[in-house]
Write a protein that binds this ligand. Sequence first.
Ligand SMILES: [Zn+2]
Ligand SMILES: [Zn+2]
Length: 358
Amino acid sequence: MWKKIGIGLIALITIAVLLNRTVGDRLMLKMMQKQVVANLSGASFAEFGDGLNIVLCGAGSPFPDVKRAGPCVAVIAGQQILIIDAGSGSARNLAPSGIPAGKIAAVLLTHYHSDHIDGLGELLLQRWGNAAHTTPTPVIGPTGVEQVVAGFNLAYTQDFSYRVAHHGPKIIPPGGAGGVAQPFDLPAPGVGSVVYDVEGLKVTAFAVDHRPIVPAVGYRIDYQGRSAVISGDTVKSTNLAQFAKGVDLLVHEALSPELVGLIAGGAKQAGAANIEQISHDIINYHTTPVEAAEIAQAAGARHLLFYHLVPVLPLKRLEPIFLRGVSKAYDGEVTVGQDQSWISMPANSREVKVGRRG
Ligand SMILES: [Zn+2]
Ligand SMILES: [Zn+2]
């Protein structure tokens, strides 16, 4: 009798556990389905509101970093999306940030160092497949962009044909594959070159100093009375400060010589000569956090967002060390960028809201 009751109880408990697991699984799958479809289709896109929004699709640098993708800045203005640089892994941050790749109007490149372009193939593919585009993605950049785009198009030739053959030309129209280069001449110092001007969203390219890498540009974005400047890679640049005059947001690269020096020292001790030498070399064509702060101060920028962080900052506790001296040089607000950092600047206001997508 007791044995029967015991078996019955075990059977009941087993059924309850199985049932619970089934209900739990179903709920989880439903949530996953809803979230993935919402992200890919841009269901949360309306959250950006009307105004200028900047989202970091990549806050990192060439350093391998599991926390920060390669440099990438998403500009969202009304219904338009522009992507500035496409570092490794950055395209994968778009959907989780509620940024539908299919709505990308154009990609802009600052220069052709690998860390700024190595995610371009993936980005172009996502845009094509997301919205059945019939024309390639415009890729705007200083002279040389033709070669970069032609190279990606060539490398993806086989993939293009696989996608069309598998899904059919209605879903994946062959004409939308890859990119189409839109080169512009490197503007002289003091001169701005308007490279995009559609429905009130204006992008002006200007020269920065990333020598020996030439051409290299930064971009100023203007939309509905709000503005942002994206530095690209540069040493401390007075030309950039001039173009950033009065901006709401300065998105600036930064390299901490103190932390990079530490890596060089460690590499020397470890006998890693290449890493030691490269760590020394990179210091001379980037901006230190304090120098970026000085630029922000000189420009009167209202908010400074650091991206393209060198070296990696795997722990939050390293950020105050990275920022040493910054608050003395700049009296505005500062954010150390992460992937999905979101700065929202509502139209025709002075508000600068800091948050994170995802
Ligand atoms: Zn560079
Ligand atoms: Zn770079």
